[in-house]
Design a protein around this ligand. Structure first.
Ligand code: PLP
Length: 444
């Protein structure tokens, strides 16, 4: 397990095996909030839904990620990708930290504007936009937007001819978690004719945008995309455009951020002189590790294997892939369960592990010599695909009423939850801040 260490004085951030105080404080705060909430719930007497899954969000983590961004990618002004997690406290914190915002729809633009953010801090980063949304953007003065095809240029000419346009180019996103270039981005074969058309329509192209795929893992993808963007800047210059801005998109992952940032910074310095403004659209990087979710075990089924003489258990939780675990389907995630409360009603134990719990040793025994119990973990809906973990082992005997928690649940989770089977698509969030700076900005 690699844990980030962060020194708020020197702004030094590294990856190591020990917690720095900030991280320790975060763990303690999150653990306290989780335990306090579950202690207050009595599944035998509570109102329907009182035991619903809930989040604990550490705004201090978002704050640390922002400082880390500034340290390693100081040239790139982040425009947080709202789609990743439009949590109002996250947006409020980032707004007060001065970031911009990448919005994909009218509702996202509206949410950001309602916080009092100036329209110039928003980029409508969706190359294929709804006509009425473009009219809305024009009315609200959200001028920056992306395009990648001729039809969109005609649409913009008609609805918002003075928009500030970014030509989104194709990238090699083959090493990313979620590929976006299957759907968006102009190839370098097409960029010349698109720029010519934009010129003919007297449109205001101001920059180039790319996205190397969400959850990118190959730093070379950034290098190639920056080089390609340079090529398009030069193409545009030959047509009389003086492009001012490069948008390097999102794709950053906390674990590999420093490495990616180093490659990207080097490429930017090599290919783009300092007067070129550079923006980015990070989503996952900012919020993934800030959110932890706790779920209640609502049912259990024993599965006996008579041949082997073993018993394993299917645990049914009150959240699943149609809810906040939508990230399993849409974002290729594998959320890892940890025990928050075991032994409900008998010998109740409240726990909050800072490392993976229930990892068997080679001989199948746990370090504390309790035998491993095999579980599979399921969501609450009728559908067989609603499975969170096909196989998981723990030394704890888990039953109805117990609680599990999952870390790193901030990105592409609650924003894509549904109401399927009548389960709630919005869950309580308890906010904490392990950084005084974030707490002050948010008034905690
Ligand atoms: N920008 C655009 C245009 C996107 O489509 C996405 C994600 O789909 C993002 C930014 C955010 O990407 P990430 O969360 O990987 O940083």
């Amino acid at each position: 397990l690699h844990l980030k260490t962060y020194d708020p004085i020197t702004e030094e951030i590294s990856v190591g095996n020990t917690y720095h105080d900030g991280e320790k404080i975060a763990k303690a705060m999150i653990g306290d909030a989780l335990q306090k909430r579950v202690k207050a719930i009595d599944e035998d007497t509570c109102e329907a839904g009182d035991e619903d899954a809930f989040f604990v969000a550490d705004m201090g983590e978002v704050y640390r990620q922002h400082l880390r961004w500034k340290k390693h990618l100081g040239r790139v002004k982040p425009h947080y990708a709202v789609k990743c997690n439009p949590d109002p406290q996250v947006l409020r914190l980032l707004a007060s930290l001065g970031t911009g915002f990448d919005c994909a729809s009218k509702a996202e633009i509206e949410q950001v504007l309602k916080m009092g953010v100036d329209p110039s801090r928003i980029i409508y980063a969706q190359p294929c936009k709804t006509k009425s949304y473009v009219r809305y953007a024009a009315k609200e003065g959200v001028r920056q937007m992306t395009f990648d095809n001729a039809d969109e240029l005609y649409k913009i000419k008609e609805l918002f001819p003075h928009a500030e346009l970014y030509l989104r180019i194709l990238t090699d996103d083959s090493a990313s978690l979620c590929r976006l270039s299957l759907k968006f981005g102009a190839s370098l074969q097409d960029t010349g004719s698109l720029l010519e058309l934009a010129k003919k329509l007297d449109l205001n192209v101001v920059g180039v945008a790319f996205h190397v795929g969400s959850g990118a893992s190959d730093p070379e993808a950034f290098l190639k995309a920056v080089r390609d963007a340079r090529f398009v800047f030069d193409q545009a210059a030959a047509l009389g455009y003086d492009l001012s801005t490069l948008d390097v998109g999102g794709g950053f992952v906390s674990e590999t951020f420093n490495e990616m940032a180093a490659v990207l910074s080097g490429a930017l310095d090599e290919y783009f002189p300092p007067h070129v403004r550079v923006i980015g659209e990070p989503g996952r990087y900012y919020v993934s590790s800030a959110f932890t979710i706790a779920c209640n075990v609502i049912a259990r089924r024993a599965v006996e294997d008579k041949d082997l003489g073993t018993t394993s258990y299917m645990l049914y939780m009150n959240d699943g892939v149609y809810g906040n675990f939508s990230s399993i389907m849409f974002d290729h995630q594998h959320p890892y369960p940890r025990v928050l409360r075991a032994g409900t009603g008998k010998d109740t134990r409240l726990m909050f592990h800072s490392t993976h719990s229930g990892v068997p040793t080679v001989d199948g025994e746990y370090e504390n010599n309790r035998p491993a119990i095999e579980y599979s973990i399921w969501g609450p809906t009728c559908d067989g695909i609603d499975c969170i973990a096909e196989s998981w082992s723990s030394c704890d005997t888990l039953d109805v009423g117990d609680w599990l928690y999952f870390e790193d649940m901030g990105a592409y989770t609650k924003c894509s939850a549904t109401k399927f089977n009548g389960f709630s698509d919005s869950h309580d969030t308890i906010y904490v801040s392990s950084e005084p700076g974030a707490a002050a900005l948010l008034g905690y």
